[in-house]
Design a protein around this ligand. Structure first.
Ligand code: ADP
Ligand code: MG
Length: 292
């Protein structure tokens, strides 16, 4: 049975915008060893901006951004939103009459069929897996996320899209490091962007170019370090549900997060502030001290 005092802790946390779905998670927060973060939308704002448009020969910048915006018309991903914004108008239904179907390739991008043509928008690997020769420009290194575009098997250009670290992330990571916890970032983004963010935040470890299933595998690796305390995962919810479920404490940021993530999470942080995790740990520790 659960000591009654834990309910006070859960109530206290909720007044700070931290929803804890059970006393066992409050208890687990006092026994953390490793905190694993998703990057996009969790440690970074997830508010991307298109900073460069590089069309292949035969295409204009306007044409390239239009192709990408139409393929991304329905995607909730922050990269998709930035591309639609750059295109300069919210796509009206009439712009989409040729869109037959689209499919989100989790952690990789979009595959759409538009006016009978297959359009891919996403990581270089997404195009390369379809046998499309994709020039990887080096100008982007560290500047931002590279998004590649193809139409009917031909490479038509790339975009560079940049994001920013949340002001709150630095203090959150510093606080966790100070508590002696291991701080880890898992991201599907490229190594250059991941390195820049990891160094800016002084994370203990980071792993890049991951597919959603790789994130689950890493989480299991951290969990298997027996007798070393519990593992928390913090995500914004886009593609995160499987990892959230696997962690000892799955924590979703409620502001940007999807319903699926809020459902899968053990703890929901109502504001998109990683610093709230420090508060949650302090409340959990304080509550435990009162009870025992
Ligand atoms: P993170 O692991 O940083 O949270 P995601 O798993 O959401 O990032 O995506 C990983 C990578 O896949 C992105 O950096 C981007 O290159 C690509 N990607 C994912 N979704 C899209 C999309 N809708 N359009 C273009 N690229 C995408
Ligand atoms: Mg993500």
């Amino acid at each position: 049975s659960v000591p009654l005092g834990y309910f006070g802790g859960i109530g206290g946390a909720s007044r700070h915008g931290i929803l804890i779905k059970g006393a066992n998670y409050l208890e687990a927060l006092t026994d953390l060893r490793t905190v694993v973060f998703d990057k996009t939308g969790t440690l970074t704002e997830g508010v991307f901006q298109v900073v460069e448009i590089s069309p292949a020969k035969g295409y204009t910048k306007q044409e390239l951004i239009e192709i990408a915006a139409r393929a991304e018309a329905h995607s909730p991903h922050p990269i998709a939103k930035s591309i639609r914004e750059k295109y300069g108008k919210v796509l009206k239904d009439s712009d989409l009459t040729g869109l037959l179907s689209y499919e989100e390739v989790s952690g990789q991008g979009i595959r759409a069929i538009f006016n009978g043509k297959t359009v891919l928008v996403g990581k270089a690997e997404l195009l390369e897996q379809a046998g499309i020769l994709t020039p990887r420009l080096t100008v982007a290194k560290g500047l931002g996320t590279e998004v590649y575009i193809s139409v009917n098997g031909d490479y038509v250009g790339q975009l560079i899209i940049s994001d920013r670290v949340k002001p709150d992330s630095r203090a959150a990571i510093a606080g966790l490091n100070q508590m002696g916890l291991k701080t880890v970032m898992l991201t599907g983004d490229n190594p250059a962007v991941a390195k820049a963010v990891a160094e800016e935040l002084a994370l203990s470890e980071y792993y890049s170019d991951l597919m959603p299933e790789d994130k689950v595998a890493w989480l299991e690796t951290f969990s298997q370090a027996k007798g070393q305390g519990k593992v928390a995962f913090v995500g914004d919810g886009i593609n995160d549900a499987p990892v959230l479920t696997r962690a000892d404490v799955g924590i979703a940021m409620g502001g940007l997060g999807s319903d699926a993530a809020i459902e899968a999470a053990d703890v929901v942080i109502m504001e998109d502030q990683p610093g709230k995790l420090l508060e949650a740990i302090h409340i959990a520790r304080y509550t435990k001290k009162i009870i025992w």
